[in-house]
Design a protein around this ligand. Structure first.
Ligand SMILES: C[S@@+](CC[C@H](N)C(=O)[O-])C[C@H]1O[C@@H](n2cnc3c(N)ncnc32)[C@H](O)[C@@H]1O
Length: 282
């Protein structure tokens, strides 16, 4: 069952949160000369055309990145992400947005010759788009196979430096626990890696369960950042989004405390909320 297509959601408020954090993490990793591995368990297509039928059908990016792209007074910590989107859309002020990068598109901007990128994707169409997108990217290795298994097979990386993004579609309820359990297993193999796990807030109990599983595990240094557009509800639909980040860069919590009030002001309403919480200490 592979019905999820990220093209419907590219550039929405959840992507803004996820990709601004990913940008800050990769920016931090490239401050050291030594190479590292970037592993993306659920990569999607790599790059999205916002004029296509998918993005236009939902228009989600209009309530996400489109509201930020031409803003002048951005918090410093949001600047690297917005710069990256601006570089892809040099005429955005006049003509709006054309392109939006998925997580591999963000990574491509940062990865150097000494770094290597490992991308997993199962969908037959998106793997094709991803392969086209990575054409000529020498140190990108793409596999059409299960990303949870793929991550575990690559750890620990030879450089002992790595960032792992786990970003499932959550079409299956088991994804919530599977994603956490994959990080717990990965951490046993490579405890110094940085792990970023994205989640949607649809049913609050699922997020509470993820949190409890982490707290009962051996994982240390876990940060949780969350941005909710509206209050939790029993009705269906995503009201918010968040990330669990194991071994975040030391200044990430402070940076997100700059970024999140701004996102609430620009993308939210008076019902919106955010939090930055160190769930497990170092
Ligand atoms: C939320 S999207 C990824 C978006 C992407 N990480 C980004 O930020 O641009 C999830 C993707 O995971 C793919 N997928 C679903 N199950 C998978 C699995 N077990 N292994 C690898 N990819 C999977 C889906 O086809 C979909 O493209």
């Amino acid at each position: 069952m592979l019905s999820y297509r990220h093209a419907f959601h590219a550039g929405n408020f959840a992507d803004v949160l996820k990709h601004s954090v990913l940008t800050l993490v990769l920016d931090y990793m490239t401050r050291k000369e030594k190479g590292f591995h970037y592993i993306d368990s659920h990569s999607g297509a790599g790059m999205y055309q916002l004029a296509d039928e998918f993005a236009q059908k939902t228009g989600e990016y209009k309530d996400g990145i489109a509201k930020l792209i031409n803003e002048q007074e951005l918090p410093e910590a949001l600047q690297p992400y917005i710069n990256l989107i601006s570089e892809l859309n040099p005429d955005s002020e006049k003509n709006g947005l054309d392109l939006y990068p998925g997580s591999p598109g963000i990574a491509k901007r940062f990865m150097r010759r000494q770094d290597s990128t490992h991308l997993f994707e199962l969908h037959p169409t998106d793997i094709q788009h991803l392969t086209d997108f990575c054409h000529r990217w020498k140190k990108a290795f793409i596999k059409q196979s299960d990303g949870y298994q793929g991550v575990l097979g690559l750890l620990p990386p030879p450089s002992r430096r790595g960032v792992v993004l786990i970003d499932p579609p959550y079409e299956l309820k088991e994804d919530y626990q599977k994603a956490v359990n994959t990080i717990i297993k990965a951490y046993k193999k490579f405890a110094t890696g940085t792990y970023i796990l994205w989640y949607p807030v649809v049913q609050r109990e699922r997020i509470n369960e993820m949190e409890s599983t982490f707290i009962e595990s051996d994982v240390k240094n876990l940060l949780k950042v969350e941005f909710c557009l509206s209050n939790d509800t029993d009705e269906y639909g995503m009201t918010g989004t968040g990330l669990f980040i194991v071994n975040p860069p030391w200044q990430l919590a402070k940076q997100m405390n700059q970024v999140l009030p701004y996102l609430k002001a620009k993308l939210g309403t008076h019902n919106s909320s955010f939090s930055v919480e160190q769930l497990i200490d170092e």
